[in-house]
Structure formats: structure tokens, C-alpha cells
Ligand binder design. Sequence first.
Ligand code: SAM
Length: 276
Amino acid sequence: MKRRLETLYLDLMKQTLAFTLWPEPPTPINTFSSAAPPLMRLLISVVSGILRFKQLQLVRERGYTLAQREEGHMWPGYAHTMIGLKRLDNLQLCVESVIREGIEGDLIETGVWRGGACIFMRAILAAYAIEDRKVYVADSFEGLPKPDVEKFPVDKGDRRYIQRFLAVSQDEVENNFKRYGLLDGQVVFLKGWLKDTLPHAPIEKLAVLRLDGVMYGSTMDALVNLYPKLSKGGFCIIDDYALPGCKRAVDDFITEKGIYSEMKVVDWTGRYWRKE
Ligand SMILES: C[S@@+](CC[C@H](N)C(=O)[O-])C[C@H]1O[C@@H](n2cnc3c(N)ncnc32)[C@H](O)[C@@H]1O
């Protein structure tokens, strides 16, 4: 079977970004220790510090199945995206559709972590030599916010803001783009809390709006500020519909705005619809 170069390149990009070509190596134990009890954190940091002198590392086998890794059902130690192959396929379907059908606008992800989904969007534009669309990369680059309980009571008790694993700096994300040769003027970083950056973002029109901010507040901030800019025929993709806070925000927004577009299932947590 003859396959086009674009398809081969994009298939390889998905597998590389999701790190599914290789078995998951053991992860340094301090990668996930920021949410551990203080005494355990201290112990891990002391032992890791001593071992580092001997160029040794304390690591943990994580034992994820290939299915869990392909479905983005875990926090990966090494992948550049945690969204898994089905949601990458869905992102490709959406971006290729707007290109093919000439739906106007740029592409954005709100909540990018190591940047893999945005890198993939830039790769799709590169594969089809599209030079008149940008990829917006919106994140605090310091992890999730503390819940704003007055404004978004649904987020009460959410402690993901202490998870250092979710805090990836802009430098690291830029470097990840560079590794694939995809950092250029078509990539625009919006650094800061979504509630602050999105209202003033220099975005006129969007063709693909991908939300991956986990919490009610982050999802709502993105929908309120960006959905009006999504072109008719553009795609709204929700990464975290399996999480109660995100689901409530999406359900509240579509009820309030009277959105009747059919919401389609991508996988255990991904959903998307086309704006009518
Ligand atoms: C689950 S990760 C995103 C995963 C990513 N889309 C991928 O491809 O692997 C969530 C990200 O959302 C960001 N985030 C969540 N709420 C935010 C907010 N209100 N403002 C800015 N960044 C936020 C976090 O910093 C984190 O990088």
C-alpha cells in the first residue's frame, strides 16, 4: 500500500510525541513526589541527592499497559503529550478538516503541559505547507491555578495546583518545539493565567479550539473568551470531559449559550463538536 509522505510523517509524529514507540522507562521517584506527605518528600529528596553524587537515580517502575499509554490514561514520564493516540488522531482529523474545507482561523490549545498537542498542530500545518495560520500555545507554564472558589465553587478542594509534575516552563516547551524543528513565527506563546491572557490575546478567528485546562474555572475561562472567536464549521475539542469540573463547565456553557451541535465521543475523556 502506497502512503503519502504527509501521512507517514504525521503518524511518526503521533507515536513520537506520545512516546508509544518505546516501552515506558522507569521514572525518577521525585518526578511525582510533590503531592507526597512532607516527611516522605524530605526522605526522597535526601536519598535522591546522595545518589546523584554517584550518578545514580532512585526510579520507579510504573508498569502501565500499552493500552493505557495509547489511550492517554496515565501521566507519562517521558512523552511530550499525555493525550494519547486517539485524541491525537482526533486533533489531526479536526485540523485537516478545517484546512481541506477552508474554515478560517488559527489553532489554539489552552493547557499545553509539555506542548505535544501544539507541536502536533504545528506539524500538521508544516506537512501541508500552510503558512497563513498560527498555533497559539496558552498556559501559565507554572501548573494549575489555586481554585477561585468564589467565582467557581465547583473547583473547591482541587489540589492539583501543588502538583509540580504539571508545571512545565515555557523554555522547556520551546525546546520541545525546537527538537522537532517546529519553533518559528507561526507559534505564538500566551503565558499567564487564562483569565488574564485570553481576554487580550491577539486572536481574531479560530478554526480549532482545544481545551485542556482540567478545572471548571480554566475550562470556563477558555470557553467564555474564545468560543465567540471560533469560526462557523470550526472545532471545539474538550480533553477532560471525564473530569467532573471540566464536564460541569462545558455542560453549563452549552446550556447557557444554547449550543445544539452534536457532541461526539473521541475516547474515555475526549469530546468534540463543530460550531454551527
Ligand atoms: C493536563 S495538562 C495539559 C496536557 C496537554 N494538553 C498535553 O498535550 O499533554 C494541563 C495544563 O493546563 C495548564 N493550566 C490549567 N489551568 C490553567 C489556567 N487557568 N491558566 C493557565 N494554565 C492553566 C497547566 O499549567 C497544565 O500545563
